[in-house]
Design a binder for this molecule. Structure first.
Ligand code: DP6
Length: 340
């Protein structure tokens, strides 16, 4: 019988992960070292907006430092440091701190589009880096590891509608799927107002949440808000989901604005979209609701059947520079096509 020769381990893997949009936001960190959040959050993983990342561990000792390329450019400074820190954690888990890595990552959306890339980036990085070291962790464990790199990345390990449990320690702060992607074909239509990189990263913003007098009020209200979102998702009821996600986006921005120092992510165009959405609902019951991350762009949530009409309406607004859309997608996955 012919037997193929055993292949030498490659120490190389590629993963793809979608970004996600939170319906109940993660804002505020309880433990900065472990990246434990102040509250549970719920999101939809985005199928059309993803990061692909190849990691190769240099077992021959050729590299003296990790070599990181993002969207064709060598990452330097803080950006590179954040990736290296995450790789340090994974090196630690593998019990081998020597290997440096070559990392190449590509987003299928422009980094400067204002769409969160840390969620998809750290989910893909975690899955690829662990697979390349033959660390056979399940999604739950991978979500806990991804969380250390970026909180929202913990949710992108799973597809569809996902809840990240705040948890009490490293092992219990994990995400889980509430409903698969095909359970409900919602759309996230992102009205891009500005593409300039934000002055204050979410990473630093999370540290400020507790300095706002409104933070405790928001956190107290979330127990029932989270339950309402779970129920609205279970019933596929946008008229129930919409108001609650708008309220939490506004509550989060109220916390941001009243932090010390104050964070003000909105631009005039942000308000233009918010007013238009309310007007459309009042005038002819057009079923669309908004949410906003740590930036000026507005994510509009609607049923798939209303997407075309929404795109038409957005064209009538003065400050919407472009639009990007996505439906729900799968969780992070290993793929065969390496980037190098
Ligand atoms: C407003 O996950 O980007 O998008 O852990 O520092 O990477 P880091 O923060 P990040 O924060 C997300 C903030 C948010 C809300 C959300 O997605 O839940």
């Amino acid at each position: 019988m012919y037997r193929s020769a055993p292949t030498t381990p490659q120490y190389k893997a590629t993963a793809r992960a979608g970004s996600n949009i939170a319906f109940i936001k993660y804002w505020g960190v309880a433990d900065p070292r472990l990246n434990l959040p102040l509250n549970n959050s719920i999101s939809m993983t985005l199928g059309a907006l993803h990061s692909t990342t190849t990691v190769e561990w240099d077992t021959a000792g050729r590299l003296s430092a990790d070599q990181i390329t993002i969207d064709g450019e060598r990452a330097e400074g803080k950006k590179a440091e954040r990736v290296t820190q995450h790789l340090d954690l994974i090196r630690h888990l593998a019990g081998d701190r020597r290997f440096r890595a070559r990392v190449v990552s590509r987003n299928n959306f422009p980094m400067a589009s204002g769409i969160a890339s840390s969620a998809s980036a750290f989910a893909a990085l975690t899955m690829a880096a662990c697979a390349a070291l033959n660390l056979n962790y399940d999604r739950t464990r991978l979500s806990a590891i991804a969380r250390r790199g970026s909180g929202s990345a913990s949710r992108s390990l799973f597809g569809g509608y996902v809840e990240w449990e705040r948890g009490a320690d490293d092992a219990s702060s994990i995400a889980r799927q509430l409903f698969p992607p095909d359970y409900w074909t919602l759309r996230d239509v992102v009205a891009i107002i500005s593409t300039t990189e934000k002055a204050v990263s979410s990473q630093s913003g999370h540290m400020l949440a507790m300095s706002s007098p409104l933070n405790a009020g928001r956190i107290d209200s979330l127990y029932s808000a989270l339950q309402e979102v779970r129920t609205a998702l279970a019933l596929r009821d946008l008229t129930r989901l919409g108001p609650i996600i708008e309220q939490d986006a506004l509550a989060m921005h109220a916390v941001m604005m009243t932090s010390r120092p104050s964070l003000l992510y909105w631009q005039p165009g942000t308000l233009e979209v918010l007013h238009a959405v309310r007007r459309w609902r009042e005038e002819d019951g057009f079923p669309v609701y908004f949410t906003i991350d740590a930036g000026p762009n507005v994510h509009l949530i609607c049923e798939a059947a209303f997407e075309r009409e929404l795109l038409k309406r957005l064209q009538t607004l003065n400050n919407v520079r472009s639009v990007v859309t996505s439906g729900p997608g799968d969780g992070a996955e290993i793929i065969d096509q390496h980037l190098f």
